[in-house]
Write a protein that binds this ligand. Structure first.
Ligand code: UFG
Length: 339
């Protein structure tokens, strides 16, 4: 029997790629999204990629009557929960909005799941739960540390799930700590599409490559890294999406919870990424070194053994593929809806 998966935030960057991966793996998928950080045409694009209708409930994960209706109308087997706020800087200014969406939203969803008899959930966590880690590559056993309200909201989510799993064996959770997602789908029909000034490196470089912004600011070159710029573990969004499929398969087949990092295990500096993107777009992209960004961590890099052992997960795509697919996507996006 085909299992049906609810994707909250399924029209967003990682959610939309996961939709495609889940359909390719044979699941039925229902999306819940309020389109606060996703383009309205994402479902049409997903239809083009997957060749079938896309079922979407438009609304917030905080809308309990909507959740109750969704679970009453569709027999859901498991949930992949992306719907959350994710801008670190904004979380410092508006912490309550982060706790409301990311913490209360999760708790309400779990209550509606319980009422509907659904007890399997994959949770979008983040390397941010390590704060400034003592150890890199960082293992899952590293302690929780928060350096901003966003990080605190993700730690809280993990702790809620841990307590719930301990309260009753009927629950099982896959907690996935993402490192730095990058790149876009090979179809060029979906990718990262920030509606505002991008906070993150790759979408910002993409806008410089497109000529929409004159120069990339490199936030500091005096970190304790080989070239002095911040080091990150960039993971292709299609690899990340496949990690969700493996997590779900493990949850549904074993009923056992797991918590894993999803990264590649390799670190790349800001200058490495500028070089890789310059190669992808065919010109040297302009950048200037400026002060460190407050709150930035020098190095994030995943220890990846546990994901390999528990899920059989291995990232396959490199930074060249991430930059090339991002570049293909932003050009296609700029051509508009002529797809
Ligand atoms: N950077 C620049 N210039 C920019 C943007 C970023 O130099 O315009 C640098 C940063 O200083 C950092 C690196 O590029 O060294 C990556 O920065 P991002 O903003 O792309 O990503 P972060 O690692 O800071 O944060 C991301 C997510 C967080 C998450 C964290 C850890 O945005 O939500 O990864 O997983 F918590």
């Amino acid at each position: 029997m085909t299992e049906t998966i609810l994707l909250t935030g399924g029209a967003g960057y990682i959610g939309s790629h996961t939709y495609v991966a889940l359909k390719a793996a044979g699941y039925e998928v229902v999306i819940l999204d309020n389109f606060s950080n996703a383009a309205e045409d994402v479902p049409d694009r997903l239809e083009l990629i997957t060749g079938g209708p896309v079922q979407v409930y438009k609304g917030s994960v905080l809308d309990r009557p909507l959740l109750a209706r969704l679970f009453a109308e569709t027999q859901i087997d498991a949930v992949v929960h992306f719907a959350a706020r994710k801008a670190v800087g904004e979380s410092v200014v508006k912490p309550l909005e982060y706790f409301e969406t990311n913490c209360s939203g999760l708790v309400g969803l779990l209550q509606e799941m319980d009422a509907a008899g659904v007890h399997r959930l994959v949770f979008s966590s983040s390397a941010t739960v390590y704060g400034v880690p003592d150890e890199t590559p960082t293992p899952e056993t590293a302690p929780h540390r928060h350096i901003n309200p966003y990080g605190l909201s993700k730690i809280t989510g993990e702790l809620v799930l841990d307590a719930l799993a301990k309260s009753d064996p009927k629950w099982a959770f896959g907690i996935l700590r993402y490192f730095n997602p990058a790149g876009a789908h090979s179809s060029t029909l979906i990718g990262e599409d920030p509606s505002d000034i991008p906070n993150n490196l790759i979408p910002y470089i993409a806008q410089v490559a497109m000529g929409q912004r004159p120069v990339l600011q490199v936030f500091g070159n005096d970190y304790p890294t080989p070239d002095g710029t911040g080091l990150r573990d960039y993971i292709h969004v299609e690899d990340l999406a496949e990690g969700h499929v493996l997590s779900l398969q493990a949850l549904l087949s074993t009923g056992q919870s797991h918590l894993v990092n999803l990264g590649t295990g390799a670190g790349h500096s800001v200058l490495d990424m500028i070089a890789a993107y310059s190669k992808a777009c065919g010109r040297d992209l302009p950048y200037e070194i400026v002060d460190r960004r407050p709150g930035d961590v020098p190095v994030y890099c995943a220890q990846v053994d546990k994901a390999r052992e528990v899920l059989g997960f291995e990232a396959r795509r490199d930074v060249e593929a991430m930059c090339a697919s991002s570049w293909a996507w932003v050009q296609a996006r700029a051509r508009g809806n002529a797809y």
